[in-house]
Design a protein around this ligand. Structure first.
Ligand code: CIR
Length: 269
């Protein structure tokens, strides 16, 4: 998930790959997963990398009624222990949320949970945290009413929120951008223009990546300075390594085929 600071990434919720994963929605980066075995292998590898790097991983069982259920990032927004359950735009994904919400509530007992209702809509994948600054994608999955509700929560927490318009050829903000550290933002040229994020606070840097490596811009930074990067995006890997970060490469082919990226697969509690 893209709403945790690096130091908050100690416990991740993930959801196992359902037998129906080959029916997952795919309209952007992918044309649909074709190999369930490879998808499961990639998911297992993802969980082991987190565990090997000191992150506790809790796995929610899969539900074959929900082909996209591995993408837990979309089902909840967790900011400093405050939980917002967004209303999902995609009808086939709405039923995924209750089980994820129950798992969060069990782990974070005592924290306040807010629920968003239609016509406000939002996918958690439209949120990106950059230290104390947040970005939200205005996309086919997140509308202005949803952004207003998110803004209420962030105002309450004292954080700034900026809106980024997502082009029609992309799903989410996190499909295009990530913050491998609390002061570094990766984004692709071509999809977003160089003023999309505004002026960053002191010490912040945007690394612009060539358009053909747009998918690779979704990375997952860990508290120990390692960064997960999808296999096949050499410019992304080289830019991070040149800044002293240790890159861990993972094969995301089957996850990408369902328009999913690294951050989509986890929620940090
Ligand atoms: C969908 O279209 O909803 C899924 N196939 C992909 C969701 C990816 N989630 C994310 O980027 N946060």
């Amino acid at each position: 998930m893209a709403t945790a600071r690096l130091d908050q990434k100690r416990h991740a919720l993930v959801r196992a790959v359902p037998n129906s994963f080959t029916d997952a929605l795919a309209n952007f980066f992918g044309s649909g997963p074709s190999d369930l075995g490879m998808a499961r292998l990639a998911h297992k590898k993802y969980c082991s990398i987190l565990e090997d790097n000191g992150v506790k991983v809790t796995v929610i069982p899969a539900d074959d009624d929900y082909p996209d259920c591995i993408f837990v990032e979309d089902q909840a927004v967790i900011i400093d222990g405050h939980v917002l359950l967004p209303a999902l735009m995609a009808p086939s994904r709405r039923g995924e949320q209750q089980v994820v919400a129950d798992a969060i509530i069990e782990e974070l007992s005592g924290h306040k949970v807010c629920k968003m209702y239609h016509p406000a809509v939002m996918d958690g994948g439209d949120l990106l945290r950059f230290g104390d600054l947040f970005f939200v994608g205005r996309s086919t999955r997140t509308n202005d009413a949803g952004i207003t509700e998110l803004r209420d929560l962030l105002d309450h927490l004292g954080y700034e929120l900026r809106t980024v318009d997502i082009p029609d050829n992309a799903l989410h903000l996190t499909s295009l951008a990530s913050t491998p550290t609390d002061t570094t933002l990766l984004a692709p040229l071509g999809y977003l223009d160089e003023s999309a994020f505004g002026e960053l606070p002191n010490g912040g840097e945007i690394i612009w990546i060539p358009e053909e490596e747009a998918y690779g811009c979704n990375t997952l930074g860990l508290p120990n300075g390692k960064v997960l990067v999808a296999d096949g995006y050499p410019t992304v890997a080289a830019e991070l390594e040149s800044r002293g970060l240790e890159v861990v490469i993972i094969d995301m082919e089957q996850i990408r085929a369902a328009d999913g990226s690294l951050t989509c697969l986890s929620l940090f509690l």
